[in-house]
Design a protein around this ligand. Structure first.
Ligand code: UT7
Length: 323
């Protein structure tokens, strides 16, 4: 009998404040039309000054635990994907642990920028399968607007704040191997770090820094890298785009997710899109989109879900799971 992990609940949280494209057009030289046409984004949420990444992550975790019907006392692992931690240390996941009132287990952060949630999911799934923990909350949460240069129109229009979470539970399983969390493929290429990065850091400048990106060069790599990760999952499982019930991609740009779906034979009506309402929330985007798919009644128990992401590093990946 092998251990297998299952998604028991999803959750999400978005800050109350909304910033529209129209609002941004009064801050930098841009238009609603340009942002919509190039990215599909209409608006994004922005955290309040006193709202921290750990607050967003905790709210998303509580929402997921409630949906799962699992009490905090059962949770023994928190893995939080974030690029915008509350403090340099300790890990923001430990702040979430304290805010949830969890007194045991372990909590740590994973940093893979926009691909962070997939790296966190692969990490938690592996630890659960190894038998080190039994019940994990896997979170992706960001206050990404805090690292934006609000005078740089090429980046500040693209991102927003928010977070989502899933509750993952390990079980001894003898059933269909294409159940629960099925497959992951995560990769990085450190030689491309100059195309998408933050120009500050603890040991380099002693500052937080701001996001810098060569957007069109990142765009070209995104479709290729994401497609190769999905192909690796197709090869490993013998499945194709036709077998997928829902495609829950990282929400950076509508043109990227449509391009990938087309290339990987996933029909348009299976693509979950939240980039219009949330913009790019980095590690928060996949669990937020997944929660949206579930709460809107589209994704149901038993559905096969394919997810993908690409971000700074470069980092990229894909995951396959059944709800
Ligand atoms: O999640 C992490 C991974 N990140 C991504 O996946 C992002 C990937 N990249 C993209 O999504 C797109 O490249 C962008 C949306 C960032 C940009 O779209 P693009 O079609 O690649 O535009 P571009 O960067 O080639 O710029 C085209 C023009 C430029 O003007 P010129 O040089 O042609 O005169 C820019 O200066 O658009 C201009 N521009 C803007 N104009 C109005 C750039 N930003 C803006 C703006 N408003 N906000």
């Amino acid at each position: 009998m092998a251990r297998h992990s299952f998604i028991r609940g999803t959750g999400g949280y978005l800050p109350a404040k909304v910033l529209t494209n129209e609002d941004l057009s009064h801050m930098v030289d841009t238009t609603d039309e340009w942002i919509r046409e190039r990215t599909g984004i209409k608006r994004r949420h922005v955290a309040a000054d006193d709202e921290l990444t750990s607050d967003i992550a905790t709210a998303a975790a509580r929402d997921a635990l409630e949906a799962a019907g699992i009490p905090v006392s059962e949770v023994d692992l928190i893995v939080l994907a974030t690029t915008t931690p509350d403090q340099t240390f300790p890990a923001t996941a430990t702040a979430v642990q304290a805010k949830l009132g969890m007194t045991g287990g372990a909590a740590f952060d994973v940093q893979a920028v926009c691909s962070g949630f997939l790296f966190a999911l692969a990490t938690a799934d592996s630890l659960l399968k190894q038998g080190l923990f039994n019940t994990a909350v896997v979170i992706g949460a960001e206050t990404f607007t805090r690292i934006l240069d609000w005078s740089d129109r090429s980046t500040c229009v693209l991102f927003g704040d928010g977070g989502g979470a899933v509750v993952l539970k390990a079980e001894d399983w003898t059933g269909d191997p294409l159940s629960g969390v099925i497959a992951h493929h995560v990769r990085t290429d450190g030689t491309k770090s100059d195309l998408l990065y933050v120009d500050g850091g603890v040991s380099s400048t002693g500052t937080i820094g701001h996001v810098r990106m060569e957007g069109n060069r990142v765009f070209r790599h995104a479709v290729a890298n994401i497609s190769s990760a999905i192909q690796a999952i197709y090869d490993e499982t013998g499945l194709t785009g036709e077998d997928i019930d829902w495609f829950v991609p990282h929400q950076a740009n509508k043109r990227i997710l449509d391009g990938v779906a087309k290339k990987m034979d996933i029909s348009e009506d299976k693509v979950i899109v939240t980039v219009d309402e949330h913009a790019n929330t980095s590690a928060g985007s996949i669990p937020l989109a997944l929660n949206h798919a579930v709460r809107s009644g589209r994704a149901k128990k038993g559905d096969l879900i394919l997810s993908e992401a690409m971000g700074g590093g470069f980092s990229w990946g894909a995951s396959l799971f059944r709800l």
